[in-house]
Design a protein around this ligand. Structure first.
Ligand SMILES: [Zn+2]
Length: 198
């Protein structure tokens, strides 16, 4: 397994990135080819992927102010083909990872923007960090969950790269400012081409 990189795929679920999804992000299909390339590259090069999934239930209040989306057990919660990973190890809400070694692909369920609100997320990333990898972040939305992930990784002192042509914001007009905030916190910006050159 290649531990120079760990890919962090934020919330690339149907409800966000499929044009028919309940909270589809405008223009998000433009990043589909890059999401596909990154996923394929991870598969071919044994790069571990930590994926996050928004996981809501209709009978529970969404702590974040958005209409119903990514409901557990519905197709909108799942990843579309571009980032799907059959056999991914799920880390359910509030539960510790049920595995010892680092699997090829993990899906961490979360209820809040910030993946680190999952009580075992810090521990999970700590396991992957043993080889001091670069955490390569992509997905959606740049100005919400990607932002929380990047700042959380930087705060923990991890090396973090953001793939600017494989993220998409809800408010695209703020993208430059958000990317600058990532840099100010110590992240570096990269491109799919660069990552996939090794
Ligand atoms: Zn959500």
């Amino acid at each position: 397994m290649n531990h120079r990189f760990v890919f962090v795929d934020i919330d690339t679920q149907r409800d966000f990135i499929d044009p028919t999804g309940s909270l589809a992000i405008a223009g998000v299909e433009e990043i589909h080819p890059n999401l596909r390339r990154l996923t394929q590259f991870a598969r071919e090069h044994g790069i571990p992927v930590i994926a996050t999934s928004c996981a809501h239930q209709l009978d529970e209040e969404d702590p974040e102010p958005f209409p119903p989306h990514c409901l557990l057990g519905t197709p909108g919660h799942d990843r579309p083909e571009v980032t799907a990973w059959p056999g991914s190890q799920i880390v359910p809400l509030g539960k510790p990872p049920a595995f010892k070694n680092v699997p090829p692909h993990v899906t961490l369920h979360k209820k809040h923007y910030d993946l680190f609100t999952h009580p075992f997320a810090s521990d999970l990333f700590h396991r992957y960090a043993a080889s001091d990898p670069i955490f390569v972040v992509y997905g959606v939305a740049t100005d919400y969950c990607v932002k929380a992930a990047v700042l959380g990784l930087c705060q923990r002192g991890y090396r973090c790269q953001v793939v600017v042509d494989a993220v998409r914001g809800i408010h695209q007009e703020n993208e430059t400012a958000v990317l600058q905030e990532f840099v100010d916190h110590g992240a570096t910006l990269t491109l799919t081409d660069k990552v996939c050159q090794g």
